[in-house]
Design a protein around this ligand. Structure first.
Ligand code: NAP
Length: 255
C-alpha cells in the first residue's frame, strides 16, 4: 500500500507520516515547501490540485485546511475509488462546509473514513506567550472542550489505513471535557508557573480574532459553557488505549 499524506507538516500529519513509516508503509507527502517535508517521498504541490501527488497511491490522509468547500470537487477527484481518511470536524454533524467536504469525499469513493475532531489540543498553543506572563486573557473561560492529542488523531488514521474502517465516522476527542480556564491552569503547571484566566469581553475578542473567525467561534464557545463538547470512546475502541489526557499533552509539550 502507498499512502499520500496531505498536511504532512501539520500537527497531526507529521505523526501520520512517522507512524506509517514505522510500519513500513510506503509514504508520499504533498507539501508546499519540500524543505519542510517530514519524510517519505516528496511531491511539491497544493491541496487544491493534488492530481500529480495522487498518481499511483492507494490511499490518502486528506486535510482540507480552509473554511469553505469551494474547490473541493476538483481536489478529491484524483482520489476516485481510493481509500480516503478525511480529518473532519464534529461540526459536520450540523451541516456547513465540513459536511459538504464529507459529501464530496463520499461522491468519489466508498472507501472513506471520517475522523471528526471536536478540537485539537494544539489549538491552545496560541495562549502560550501570554501564559508565560502569568495570565491568559481570552473569551469564555467556562467553555468546556474535549481537546484531543494530535498523536491520537494520527493513530486513528494509521488504524484506518491498516485495517478495515470503511464507511466509519469516528468522533475523535480527548478523555474529558475541561473548561478553558482549567486548560490554562494545566498549561501553567507544565510550564512551571501559575497562570490565571482573565475573561475577555466579546468586543475585544472580535477585534483580536478578526470579524470572520469570531462570527462563528464566539457563539460556539458561548454554547459550550452550558453544553460541553462530547467525550467519545472512539479513540479507545479503535486504538486499544484510552485517549491521551490534556495534562499529558501539556507535560509533553512544555516540561
Ligand atoms: N484544529 C482543530 O481543532 C480542528 C478541528 C477539526 C478539524 N480540523 C482539521 O484538521 C486538519 C489538520 O489539522 P492539523 O493541526 O494537523 O494541521 P495544521 O497543523 O493546522 O497544518 C495544516 C497543514 O495543511 C497544510 N496546508 C495548508 N494549506 C495548504 C495548501 N493550500 N496546500 C497544501 N497543503 C496545505 C499545511 O502545510 P504548510 O506547511 O505548507 O503550511 C500543514 O501541513 C485541519 O486542516 C482542519 O481542517 C482541525
Amino acid at each position: 500500500m502507498k499512502v499520500l499524506v496531505t498536511g504532512a507538516t501539520g500537527n497531526t500529519g507529521r505523526h501520520v507520516v512517522s507512524g506509517l513509516l514505522d510500519q513500513n508503509v510506503d509514504v508520499r507527502v504533498l507539501v508546499r515547501d519540500p524543505a519542510n517535508a517530514p519524510g517519505g517521498e516528496v511531491v511539491r504541490g497544493d491541496i487544491i490540485d493534488p492530481a500529480e501527488a495522487a498518481e499511483g497511491v492507494d490511499a490518502v490522509y486528506f486535510v482540507w485546511p480552509f473554511y469553505s468547500a469551494a474547490g473541493i470537487d476538483k481536489a478529491v477527484k484524483p482520489f476516485k475509488d481510493k481509500k480516503i481518511v478525511y480529518v473532519s470536524s464534529a461540526a459536520a454533524e450540523d451541516g456547513g462546509f465540513w459536511a459538504e467536504v464529507e459529501e464530496a469525499v463520499r461522491n468519489v469513493t466508498d472507501d472513506w473514513t471520517f475522523l471528526r475532531i471536536t478540537g485539537l489540543a494544539t489549538n491552545t498553543l496560541g495562549w502560550v506567550p501570554q501564559a508565560k506572563t502569568g495570565k491568559v486573557r481570552a473569551p469564555y473561560g467556562q467553555a468546556k472542550r474535549s481537546l484531543v492529542h494530535e498523536k491520537d488523531v494520527a493513530e486513528m488514521a494509521i488504524k484506518a489505513f491498516t485495517g478495515d474502517h470503511r464507511k466509519q465516522i469516528y468522533l475523535v476527542t480527548g478523555p474529558e471535557a475541561l473548561t478553558q480556564a482549567e486548560q490554562v491552569e494545566i498549561i501553567g503547571k507544565a510550564l512551571g508557573t501559575p497562570v490565571k484566566w482573565e475573561e475577555q469581553p466579546e468586543q475585544e475578542a472580535t477585534e483580536q480574532l478578526g470579524e470572520e473567525f469570531a462570527k462563528s467561534a464566539l457563539p460556539y464557545w458561548a454554547s459550550l459553557v452550558d453544553d460541553p463538547e462530547p467525550v467519545s470512546l472512539d479513540v479507545a475502541t479503535v486504538t486499544g488505549h484510552p485517549a491521551r489526557s490534556f495534562e499529558d499533552w501539556a507535560r509533553e509539550r512544555f516540561s
